[in-house]
Design a protein around this ligand. Structure first.
Ligand code: GLC
Ligand code: GLC
Length: 808
């Protein structure tokens, strides 16, 4: 069942009922100012850091689940309703929410009044616009009262939720004409405030929450709205809000636009005040001037559209199937941009007060982002590398505002360092910018201890080599990619963090997954070493990879699939010897991606086992059978009920590894079949089962052992976005930038007979036409009409157009 549809021309998902199976959200903002917005107007906003600079308040896990946002209310002669349906939930004659690229439009109509609100964050602005368009669709004149309301957050979102003894005495505001200034803590150490304004005279306002809602009133029926007028309250302590009242008269057919702005404003420390106690409003006025007419909003919207036109023109496909094209051309790169911007901070499943930037996560996010804005990827890489520790290990997380490693979680996740190699390799392949390898970058942010970026990669690579266990496999440390496989932890205290608790001394648990990742990294690491003229290092890396592959085949092969790990006691994890957790997805994907066992046959066997044991109608499960009891020696993975999260859900992040692995053994049909199972555009039809947004990936879908098999959770902020983009574009469609040229090696399913791809890379434009005759074997390429050997197309000069035809 669907709850809307894609509008491909507009690049929107159009939701046609407010009663979706879960709030379906979108993101506003692309640079510094961001907002989350659900299809019924819920959500919140922040400047740069969702925890430290939160503009508006939002209560997670509420009843009903999504209430609190930027709302507009109508009092039409006593009839109170909200055009976003929530929070009043009065029935609408028409409802539609359109989520587009960095904007959302919500329309509600009732009793001859249509209200369409466009929400966007203009490029280059630290503000969001809510343009409210009122249309009298009836035959008689209308006079209504329109109210805006949002609740201010006292900036630090964690403190805002916990420190009421202080916070309830802090709030301060000013009101000047139609502009409400939220200035809590501005009198002391903050030099920023928020504004909430409208480009029209108002007939009232409220800034004190209790006055507007009533102490016993709720979002569904604020006192002031029901009474039909605000009280012009000035908040003093308690909870500050920004509410406007505008009386609107509309003749039949008349349309009127109102432009509301919610903005973030900073003053220089010596220019904070206009007069004692009165904030300097000059920058706020300048901001509001830029968005004081509907035409200015149209211009901002047009600019935003062309920004996305340009970004999305980097890679396009015409595959003949709109579900493929809309994923590849629009929604997957869009999600990659959002994950790049948000990391794992703010979504409807991440509260914006929790995790910092993950070392591993951020490097993987780059894989799906680097082609969009390479300069920002470069900056991110240098930030990440600067948090690496001198011995090559890495802080598991760092803070975006301070760019420092996070001591609370510390280091010891032994896969982390290798992801830096993957991230840098993707960047260098995309751009050819070898100079980045010579950049001088600190270790642990210590300006006294620096090395080139290549030296950072060298320490990453050798950290793994120097930290191996009894079988010669890499030590796992606290955990590897699977944060919940905590083999040295042995936690018996409830509430203790599996990620940070002291590991048992002498832990020598080993990870086959890290071995696969190591072998996968080695060729690109060797190529980078050659680029910095370190041929011995390159040879050494290749030899180390060959040796590691042999170790995997000796000690990491279980007979029908790759073993997952060895635990603290040297017992196998993910082996037919185990009672539960006999087979895991991660080493099957990564070892085959690394090429281990491809020649000698283990790869195909492992992938066949995945197909037999882990595959379901909804994607590939992380492991089978799931753990039914808590295993002290395995850690958090066994805390989840069977079928959820790491304990046997379809953990979507790891599915594309199997897709890529299938293309390594030439099985495009299987690769594509796996992709279709988790690609949101293909799951749209079963939205009542999947429940989350049909336009973005979710981190997990409940596995077959869960009562809610097929139900997704944790949409938006997940490595799933980047890796699926890599799988479909670089391995199934097969267009992949490498150091020496553009690799064009499609591995298509039979159902895709003709495919056209355009790719912009290093300033040249590649037009690729693939005829899929299902011949298997190696594709035959012609470049500008001339047949070439192999599948590597040399990069053309910037500005050139390169025509490539492929027969396969
Ligand atoms: C989450 C984490 C990621 C980890 C994965 C598997 O997505 O953000 O770092 O690899 O879970 O545990
Ligand atoms: C929890 C989650 C896991 C995530 C980890 C991050 O364990 O289940 O997915 O990677 O937290 O620390």
């Amino acid at each position: 069942m669907r709850f809307g549809h894609f509008s491909d021309a507009a690049r929107e998902y159009v939701i046609t009922t407010p009663r979706t199976p879960y709030p379906w959200i979108n993101y506003l903002g692309t640079e510094e100012y961001f907002g989350l917005i659900s299809h019924t107007g819920g959500g919140y906003s922040f400047y740069r850091d969702a925890r430290m600079r939160r503009l508006t308040r939002y209560r997670y896990n509420n009843v009903p689940t999504d209430v609190g946002g930027r709302y507009f209310y109508v009092n039409d002669d006593g009839d109170v309703w909200t055009p976003s349906w929530a929070p009043v939930q009065a029935e609408l004659d028409h409802f539609e929410a359109r989520h587009g690229l960095s904007y959302t439009v919500i329309t509600g109509e009732r009793n001859g009044l249509r209200i369409e609100t466009l929400y966007l964050v203009p490029l280059g602005a630290t503000a969001e616009i809510h343009r409210v368009r009122l249309t009298n669709t009836g035959a008689t004149a209308k006079g209504v009262k329109l109210f805006s309301v949002l609740e201010f957050n006292l900036w630090n979102a964690l403190d805002d939720q916990t420190n009421y003894q202080r916070n309830l005495s802090l709030a301060e505001v000013e009101v000047d004409g139609s502009t409400i200034y939220h200035k809590t803590e501005y009198r002391e150490r903050r030099n920023h405030y928020a504004v909430h304004a409208v480009n029209a005279p108002i007939s009232g306002y409220d800034t004190d929450r209790e006055t507007f809602f009533g102490l016993y009133g709720g979002w569904n029926a604020p006192d002031a709205v029901v009474a039909g007028h605000c009280h012009n309250s000035i908040a003093s302590g308690w909870s500050p809000i920004g509410a406007h009242q505008i009386d609107v008269a509309l003749a039949p057919g008349e349309v009127r636009d109102l432009v509301f702005v919610l903005g973030y404003v900073e003053n220089e420390p010596d220019a904070k005040w206009e007069s004692p106690g009165v904030v300097n409003k000059a920058p706020a006025r300048a901001l509001l001037q830029r968005f004081s007419t509907s035409e200015q909003v149209d211009a901002a919207m047009a600019e935003l559209r062309s920004y996305w036109d340009d970004l999305l023109s980097t890679f396009t496909v015409d595959s003949g199937d709109p579900r493929v094209d809309r994923m590849v051309n629009v929604w997957n790169p869009y999600q990659c941009m959002v994950t790049f911007n948000m990391s794992r901070s703010a979504s409807y499943f991440e509260t914006g007060i929790g995790r910092g930037m993950g070392f591993r996560d951020s490097n993987q996010d780059l894989l799906g982002f680097v082609h969009l804005v390479p300069d920002r990827a470069r900056e991110r890489i240098l930030d990440i590398a600067a948090t690496q520790l001198p011995d090559g290990s890495a802080y598991h997380q760092y803070q975006l505002l301070t760019k420092r490693g996070n001591h609370d979680i510390g280091s010891g996740f032994n896969d982390d360092p290798l992801w830096l190699i993957e991230g840098v390799a993707a960047y260098v392949s995309e751009t050819g910018d070898l100079a980045i390898l010579d950049e001088d970058v600190p270790f642990d942010n210590d300006p006294e201890d620096t090395g080139t970026l290549f030296e950072h990669l060298r320490r990453s690579f050798h950290h793994v080599l120097h930290n191996r266990g009894p079988h010669g496999l890499p030590l796992i440390g606290r955990a590897d990619w699977n944060d919940c496989l905590n083999l040295n932890c042995f936690s018996e205290t409830s509430g203790e963090s599996f990620q940070t608790t002291e590991n048992l001394a002498g832990g020598s648990a080993e990870s086959v997954f890290i071995a696969g990742l190591f072998v996968h990294c080695a060729p690109v690491y060797a190529a980078l070493a050659e680029a910095v003229r370190a041929p011995e290092e390159a040879d050494g890396a290749r030899r180390a990879a060959a040796a590691m592959s042999a170790v995997v085949l000796d000690h990491g092969w279980d007979g029908d699939w790759f073993v997952r790990a060895y635990d603290y006691f040297g017992n196998k994890v993910g082996s037919s010897e185990c009672d539960e957790g006999k087979i895991y997805i991660e080493p099957q994907g990564f070892c085959v991606m690394a090429g281990i066992g491809v020649e000698s046959g283990e790869a195909v066997r492992a992938l066949d086992s995945v197909g037999k044991i882990l595959d379901t109608d909804h994607g590939i499960m992380l492991l089978q059978p799931p753990y039914t009891t808590y295993h002290l020696e395995l850690g958090e993975i066994s805390t989840y009920p069977p079928g959820y999260k790491e304990n046997g859900s379809i953990f979507c992040h790891s599915n594309p590894w199997v897709m890529i692995a299938e293309t390594m053994v030439g099985r495009g049909d299987r690769a594509f079949a796996y992709w279709k199972k988790i690609a949101p555009t293909f799951r749209e039809e079963i939205s009542e089962v999947h429940r989350l947004e049909p336009y973005v990936y979710a981190q997990m879908i409940a596995g077959k052992d869960a009562p809610r098999h097929g139900e997704a959770k944790n949409s938006w902020l997940t490595g799933t976005a980047a890796w699926n983009f890599v799988a479909i574009t670089q391995h199934i469609l097969g267009v992949k930038p490498e150091m020496e040229g553009l690799r064009v090696q499609p591995c298509l399913p039979a159902e895709m007979t003709k495919v056209e791809v355009t790719r912009r890379c290093r300033g040249a434009q590649y037009r690729i036409t693939v005829a899929n005759r299902g011949e298997g074997g190696s594709p035959r390429l012609a470049v500008d009409g001339q047949p070439i050997n192999g599948t590597l197309v040399p990069y053309g000069p910037a500005g050139s157009i390169v025509e490539i035809t492929v027969d396969c």
